[in-house]
Design a protein around this ligand. Structure first.
Ligand code: PLP
Length: 380
């Protein structure tokens, strides 16, 4: 059966060139990067080379990059670390209502422990309104968080401008760039963001490798302590194999970002053209927002996203719900709700995430399948 994958925001296929590097590392480098002898030093070299390419991708320095196991871990370490380092009089957190669950949940825990949570307003296009949010910043704020590219809608948030506003109040800003890295230009030397998360498997790298960028002056405390690895920021023996793949994926992302972007934009444009004809009532949930290329939150008024997803799956096409699916239960998306969508609109939405590995033929197959689904619905 033909399989078409439009769920690249969940994870991407690993680039064969990344697999090659990982296989080579697995075959030849087994040492512990912390060991002093030659076998250990060889593993250290692999880890440090990868760190260099990740730093380069982010416009950062090697010392600002800490390896972790996934984006979830990076975000948890950032949020808990910033909270732990905050002065006692700073007990408020300013966050957006469109953060990923791995930022939201740690903040919810901190709220239960006594932090006050202040939520930034969001426009109907899914962009935080930083002008209106300014008033939430004050001397009692410990830190703020803002996602860079929203994972359900692709909406790109004004992170650099928000970081400046935060700095005026001496508030460190953590940015979840898991869906931005490899897709948007990131230059940490040109902004005042305090910490930032990225994850390899979102840009053709392996699962099991991610990073936390931390500026030297960011007030932050480690959560995972033990052997002192990663300059005492995240203890635990480094996953050398996955890290070597992460490094290669970062190098390729830096080299190929523009061509990948162009291809993704062309695929997306074609899909929107064909959709106009295949399902004329369909619309983008983020009408006026600047989006990261490839991420489409689409609404099919009157239809049910979950049954569409299943029908598409039967046809061999993988997409995901606009709503989050956790432990088998389909819940309304907190992101679409924050944008003001009704429950019905929420459940009529699907997320389609295209990558440069997709083809025009797949886009056409998708549009034709949607057309057939719509005709079936009209007849029913
Ligand atoms: N942040 C965003 C915006 C994401 O989209 C994801 C994954 O979907 C994560 C964080 C978590 O990353 P990981 O899957 O590497 O834990």
């Amino acid at each position: 059966m033909r399989r078409v994958y439009f769920d690249n925001n969940a994870t991407t296929p690993i680039d064969p060139r990344v697999i090659e590097v990982m296989a080579q590392t697995m075959r030849t480098v087994f040492g512990n990067p912390s060991s002093i002898h030659a076998v250990g030093r060889e593993a250290r070299r692999v880890v440090e080379e990868a760190r260099e390419s990740i730093a380069k991708l982010l416009g950062a320095t090697d010392r600002e990059i800490t390896f972790t196991s996934c984006g979830t871990e990076s975000n948890n370490l950032a949020v808990f670390g910033l909270a732990r380092a905050a002065r006692p009089e700073r007990r408020a957190i300013v966050t957006s209502p469109i953060e990923h669950a791995c930022v939201r949940s740690p903040i919810e825990r901190l709220a239960r422990e006594g932090f006050e949570v202040r939520t930034m307003p969001v426009t109907s296009s899914g962009i935080v309104d930083i002008d209106a949010a300014k008033k939430l910043l004050a001397k009692d704020v410990a830190f703020s968080t803002l996602i860079w590219a929203q994972n359900e809608t692709g909406a790109v948030q004004p992170v650099a401008a928000w970081a400046e506003l935060c700095r005026e109040h001496d508030v460190p800003l953590h940015v979840d760039a898991v869906q931005a890295a490899g897709k948007l230009p990131i230059d940490m030397s040109a902004n005042v963001i305090a910490s930032l998360s990225i994850s390899a498997h979102k840009f053709f790298g392996p699962k099991g490798a991610a990073a936390l960028f931390l500026r030297a002056e960011t007030p932050w405390r480690p959560t995972i302590i033990g052997g002192g690895q990663e300059r005492e920021r995240r203890a635990g023996t480094e996953n050398t194999v996955a890290i070597s793949g992460f490094g290669k994926a970062a190098q390729l992302a830096a080299e190929e970002r523009d061509s990948r972007r162009q291809k993704t934009v062309e695929l997306e444009r074609r899909l929107l053209e064909l959709l106009h004809d295949a399902w004329p009532e369909a619309l983008l949930n983020t009408r006026d927002a600047q989006r990261v290329p490839g991420t489409l939150s689409l609404r099919f008024p009157g239809a049910h996203g979950e049954s569409m997803l299943m029908n598409l799956d039967l046809a061999g096409i993988a997409v995901s719900l606009g709503s989050a699916c956790s432990s088998g239960a389909v819940e309304a998306s907190h992101v679409l709700r924050a944008m003001g969508l009704s429950l019905e609109e929420n459940y009529a939405s699907l997320r389609v995430s295209i990558a440069s590995t997709n083809t025009m033929a797949e886009i056409e197959f998708f549009a034709n399948t949607l057309r057939a689904l719509r005709s079936k619905r009209m007849r029913a």
